[in-house]
Design a binder for this molecule. Structure first.
Ligand code: UN1
Length: 503
């Protein structure tokens, strides 16, 4: 691990550089307040340099055979695997999630590296027959150029991997701006690519704020595509500004994910699923279960089970393996969560467990909030409509599956939902009628695997998907190619084909 006095820098054109302004920023461990590192703070000048490097390396990178690009990704994935434990510890120090989850975050990046590396030998298009004789036709994927990658702090390895690996395998080059809360993880990610042998200029990293670095990337005329994960407000702004410049923009934004618990559900399993998806990563997941839509017949029993378990959850530094819930990422995030808890109380939901900021003893230096359960919330309340991004969930009682589905769908977002039921008909009804990008049956709302599309409907996204082969649809353009080897002009839709009839 680097000494605290080391200055962590940008990576531009294959070199680690401090940039021009001389400004720096610090990151502190959200559990202890200890210094994680001091980082160069970039701005438009560093973005210009990074885009120039990415632009000039594009032509050779796009012609670097895709299976060879894949080999570099395999190597990067192997380096992440070799370093998994160390990276997980550094992640916990930098953003607070408990160690077991940090290992999962690194693993998700490893999985994505290996998966996208394999795409280097597939990247399938179509070959289809022609209407004419002696004519061949196919579609192939083409990269677009420099891809702007703007990522959040809650999955500091996994989310960059969802964006950067497919961007690279498709032959694009990258300018990467990570969240200011997780610059060290971004550096570790880029180090793996550098050491794997990715050529200079293909991946560039600029550290700094969204207002300076993120904005400059979105505004840069030489960045034709931007992929962003973060708040709906910022994402919408990126989309508007991107549209003015005719850019392709992929957005992953807020969620207000719900678990349905029917009266025939296995309540022990539902309790496990709810606790894991509501309080994992201290609720700071786009996919976190911040609503539990429960059938009235089992409401009381479910609340009792949840309250009994929540009381036993240990808060603390995620490096301690006995800890269940780590800190929130920042003092500001803690404030937001505390504010939502008071909103919930004012709105008349019943606080069933937790509800307090914790400042005692060993936790005094960190941003800790108790895991919190509200009961008897109504679907229109703010705590049942707005993304909280913290360890807070609200039970909403209903009388039927139809009502439950209406409640699940009755929010502006559409990322993830789940249903606990023993009845296959109810499960299929939920699959049919819930309009989210991800749906789970008899599991919580988190835990997506990297080889299926990830993303959401409505205000969660703008129609693109990350992960799976669907990711390639964002990072490539289709080119349809027609090869006429008849030696004569053949006009599609017009000329008759000798020896055939017409319909
Ligand atoms: C996120 O919350 O932004 O499905 C990503 C999950 C994780 C990824 C979450 N695999 O919860």
């Amino acid at each position: 691990m680097a000494a605290a006095s080391e200055l962590f820098t940008h990576f531009i054109g294959g070199r680690w550089v401090e940039g021009s302004g001389g400004r720096t920023f610090e990151r502190r461990n959200p559990a202890t307040g200890a210094l994680v590192g001091t980082f160069a703070q970039g701005g438009p000048a560093e973005v210009d340099a990074a885009v120039a490097a990415a632009k000039s390396s594009f032509d050779s990178w796009r012609r670097y055979p895709a299976p060879r690009r894949g080999e570099l990704l395999f190597r990067a994935g192997q380096l992440l695997l070799d370093r998994k434990e160390q990276l997980a510890r550094e992640m916990t120090e930098e953003m607070g999630k408990v160690l077991s989850e940090a290992r999962g975050d690194v693993q998700e990046a490893i999985d994505m590296a290996f998966y996208m590396a394999g795409e280097g030998r597939r990247m399938s298009g179509q070959t289809v027959p022609s209407e004419m004789r002696d004519k061949f036709q196919m579609s192939v994927r083409k990269p677009l150029g420099v891809c702007g990658v703007v990522t959040p702090w809650n999955f500091p390895m996994a989310i960059p991997s969802w964006k950067i690996f497919p961007a690279l395998i498709a032959g694009n080059t990258v300018v990467f701006k990570p969240a200011s809360a997780t610059p060290r993880m971004a550096i570790r990610f880029v180090e793996a690519l550098e050491e794997a042998g990715v050529p200079a200029g293909v991946v560039n990293l600029v550290l700094g704020t969204g207002a300076e670095v993120g904005d400059a990337i979105v505004a840069h005329p030489d960045v034709p595509l931007v992929t962003f994960t973060g708040s709906t407000a910022t994402g919408t702004d990126v989309a508007v500004r991107g549209a003015e410049l005719n850019k392709r923009v992929s957005l992953e934004m807020g969620g207000k994910n719900a678990v349905i618990v029917m009266d025939d559900a296995d309540l022990a399993l539902a309790t496990d699923g709810i606790l894991w998806s509501a309080f994992g990563t201290a609720g700071q997941r786009c996919t976190a279960a911040s609503r539990v839509v429960v059938h009235r017949a089992v409401q009381r029993e479910l609340v009792e089970r949840l309250v009994a378990r929540v009381g036993g959850m240990r808060l603390g530094d995620g490096l301690d393996e006995t800890v269940d819930v780590g800190p929130l990422v920042s003092a500001r995030q803690l404030e937001t969560v505390a504010e939502y808890v008071s909103v919930g109380k004012r709105e008349g939901a019943r606080l069933a467990a937790g509800g307090e900021v914790v400042r005692e003893g060993a936790l005094a230096q960190g941003h800790f909030h108790q895991p919190t359960v509200f009961d008897d919330a109504r679907p229109g309340m703010r705590i049942a409509q707005e993304e909280i991004f913290g360890p807070v969930t609200a039970l909403i009682p209903v009388d039927s599956l139809g009502e439950a589905i209406d409640v699940v769908n009755g929010v502006p977002y559409g990322l993830s939902a789940s249903i606990f039921t023993a009845d296959v008909n109810r499960a299929f009804r939920a699959m049919q009628d819930i309009f989210t990008g991800i749906l789970y049956v008899n599991a919580g709302t988190t835990g997506a695997e990297i080889h299926l599309p990830f993303g959401g409907t409505k205000a969660t996204g703008n129609g693109h998907r990350e992960a799976g082969t669907a990711a390639l649809d964002f990072f490539t353009e289709w080119q349809s190619i027609y090869v006429d080897y008849s030696g004569k002009l053949q006009r599609a839709q017009i000329d008759p084909v000798e020896g055939t009839g017409t319909i």
